[in-house]
Design a protein around this ligand. Structure first.
Ligand SMILES: Cc1ncc(COP(=O)(O)O)c(C=O)c1O
Length: 406
């Protein structure tokens, strides 16, 4: 029922899909604060604070740690369009939908893209990636950490050494993993990492926290072309101009840096939200937050298995915050999810590509990585599946999850 004369009043939902998830109430409160001008000292102080907070979140000393305005995909696109020059070779290990997205964006940047693939549900061994790096000699290795389409988490720690040895820039999409799985930008030698708020960080989509190593920043600065109207007298462009204006990290870095280049108008409300997401995570502690996601992810996994359902993929490499559950024969993907939503107000996720119609994706992330959300979802899923005639183990889901908590 829609009625545009009424103020928005969304139905109560428990979002237990692969993201977006419910925003933490503290984030929503921060986002209801009044606006200030973009160069108000209060605003520039918030920007600097946000940079410092995200340095801690990304575990980096990178000066250029900032927000790209837009959803996570804007962060990915900003990273790739700013690093890649037409004709550059880029290597993408693809283990799910978001690897394909990196390929698609790199191609649009004019790169000569090489891929290596494993079946969905698996990750790569470092040796496989090294062999492909040696064979293709790319300028950029672009990799997803946690691919929500398959729930897999690619180990990254060994890639930095490979990239240094072969003089390759290492880009990582940590949208789905940051905050709920370990990520150590500096220790793992990641040159550019982008993320989003709507997964483990407990915020809405619309802001892409990004960190840029000095090595990547030097490449990007080598392509700085400040737009006419705001460039200084006599200021010359350098290198190949970055093909996007909005996502031009050279200008965005200058907006967030001491120059305060008047590039775009910062999305103030999103910045308030992103700042609060980082504060929440750091107050909890990075390790404690990862441990919480691991615990509730384990409980959800045990719960669906306790119902007698099968799970998809290599469990040794599953992200903590999402599980793919094979859809039992005879129940429709859409019908089950609709019943969960209508009867219980709970959303779980469908899936893409080869997994479409084969698995549901159930998330335990951000503010929803908590016991009552896990137990309620399992209880509701049991009821819906029993109603559809599936022989699930009565009480087996909640029971198995409670054992994990015990
Ligand atoms: C790993 C990964 N990368 C990128 C994206 C795209 O994010 P957005 O929809 O915020 O642009 C997602 C969203 O699910 C994701 O899981």
């Amino acid at each position: 029922m829609t009625d545009p004369t009424r103020q928005i009043d969304p139905p109560p939902r428990l979002l237990m899909g692969p993201g977006p998830i419910n925003a933490d109430p503290r984030v929503l409160r921060a986002m209801s604060a009044q606006l200030v001008g973009q160069f108000d000292p209060a605003m520039t102080a918030y920007m600097n604070e946000t940079m410092a907070l995200y340095r801690a979140v990304f575990r980096t000393e990178n000066e250029h740690t900032l927000l790209v305005d837009g959803t996570s995909r804007a962060g990915i696109e900003a990273a790739l369009v700013s690093l890649i020059e037409p004709g550059d070779r880029v290597l993408v290990p693809v283990f799910g939908r978001f690897g394909h997205l990196l390929v698609e964006i790199a191609e649009r940047c004019g790169a000569e893209v090489h891929t290596l693939e494993v079946p969905w549900g698996e990750v790569f061994a470092a040796e496989q990636i090294e062999a492909a790096v040696a064979a293709t000699r790319p300028r950029v290795l672009a990799v997803v950490q946690g691919d929500t389409s398959t729930t897999m988490c690619q180990p990254l720690a060994d890639l930095s050494e490979i990239c240094r040895r072969h003089d390759v820039l290492l880009y990582c999409d940590a949208t789905a993993s940051l905050g709920g799985n370990e990520l150590a930008t500096d220790a793992w030698g990641l040159d550019l990492v982008t993320a989003g708020l709507q997964k483990c960080l407990g915020g809405p989509s619309g802001s892409a926290p990004t960190t840029i190593s000095p090595r990547a920043a030097a490449v990007i600065e080598g392509r700085r072309h400040v737009e006419a109207g705001i460039r200084e007298d006599g200021e010359q462009g350098r290198g190949t101009r970055i093909a996007s204006n909005y996502l031009d990290l050279a200008q965005v870095m200058d907006y967030w840096g001491p120059r305060r280049l008047n590039h775009h108008t910062e999305a103030t409300t999103m910045l308030y939200g992103a700042r609060e997401c980082a504060r929440l995570l750091l107050e909890e502690g990075l390790e404690a937050a990862v441990a919480r996601h691991a615990l509730h992810g384990r409980a959800m996994l045990a719960g669906v298995q306790g119902l007698g359902l099968r799970v998809f993929g290599d469990l040794a490499h599953k992200m903590h915050n999402v599980v793919a559950v094979e859809i039992p024969d005879g129940v429709g993907d859409d019908r089950t999810r609709a019943a969960l939503l209508e009867d219980f107000g709970i959303e779980i996720g469908t899936s893409f590509g080869p997994l479409h119609g084969r698995v549901w994706r159930i998330g335990t992330m951000g503010v929803n990585a908590r016991r009552d959300a896990v137990l309620t979802t399992l209880a509701a899923l049991e009821q819906v599946l029993r109603g559809a005639g599936v022989a699930v183990t009565p009480g087996g889901g909640v029971g198995a999850a409670r054992e994990v908590y015990a």
